[in-house]
Design a protein around this ligand. Sequence first.
Ligand SMILES: Cc1cc2nc3c(=O)[nH]c(=O)nc-3n(C[C@H](O)[C@H](O)[C@H](O)COP(=O)(O)O)c2cc1C
Length: 323
Amino acid sequence: MQTGYTAAQLRAAAADAVRAPSMHNTQPWRFRLRDGAIEVLTDPARRLPATDPSGWGIRIACGAALFNLRLALAVAGVPATVRLRPYPAEPDVLARLWPDTPRRPTPTEQALHTAIPRRFSNRAPFWPDPVPADVRWRLGEAARAEQCWLELVVGTSAVTAFAEIARGAHRVLERDATYRAERDEWVRTTPAPDGVPAAAGGPRGEPQDLLPSRGFGGRDRAPGRDFEPEPLVAVLGSPGNTAVDQVIAGQALQRVLLTATDAGVSASMLSQPIEVPSAREQLRLSLGRFGTPQMVMRIGYGQPGWPTPRRDVDEVLDLPVRP
Ligand SMILES: Cc1cc2nc3c(=O)[nH]c(=O)nc-3n(C[C@H](O)[C@H](O)[C@H](O)COP(=O)(O)O)c2cc1C
């Protein structure tokens, strides 16, 4: 059995890890090798102070990157045992991965791993075709496999009630000029290795839309038209809401998103009702679930799209200096 990971194994796995989603595509992660262990750290330089004051979004994104890292190592035949927040005195270190007993990757790990480069946030309107029951079931299983739950918001009255909470949260956030300025800072109209390309931002929101869109400066659309028929809305939740729970939720989020990609289904995220505490509480109460909502997704059959850019993997690696 391997007694520690190598720099080459870290670099290869990190190339998959960086494909994870992150708020405004800030890519707030770092990866390092310490005494043969791979560690996942937050990057404080990539915080969003106005949008994510508590660091929840960073921990979700790093959790998602950690899930990709776990998959990549498993598929490379060097699966990891993971300890979350291993050093209480170093809260920026979110996870420590150590080689576990080697084994063959499972078919699920292989399928999810191949989905990594194909996943992207699809903010365009989805077709009216419903997401089939077996896919819905697989998405729920994906969340459960990572100790979380996925609640599908089904039926016109439930979706309307959810949409009201989401639009209310969106209005609260939009009133804050620093929040708006921070978002605008991360919208890219020319090629860049981070931030949200305006072309991936989805069509511009309209007052009659059921769900709020983040306002990444997307394309104009014909006024007065509905964005899409009733979308499938899914809420991902975790049993608790500690920093560790949020890293767990990030892993579950990525597992759900990759499962959707593998099933040929698109998704985008909608976190306004998570970011506003009163909206999050309303959402929690409306679902009647034990635990805390951590992310909302819109899921459906989408138009083709493309993955967004990432920084070069070497920019996020801290490797021991070679003698
Ligand atoms: C914590 C978190 C919150 C997010 N919130 C939203 C959101 O409210 N609206 C949205 O369109 N995308 C949201 N996203 C998606 C990111 O904008 C997206 O992952 C990033 O731009 C990278 O693009 P990709 O998902 O296509 O790889 C969120 C992602 C994370 C991790």
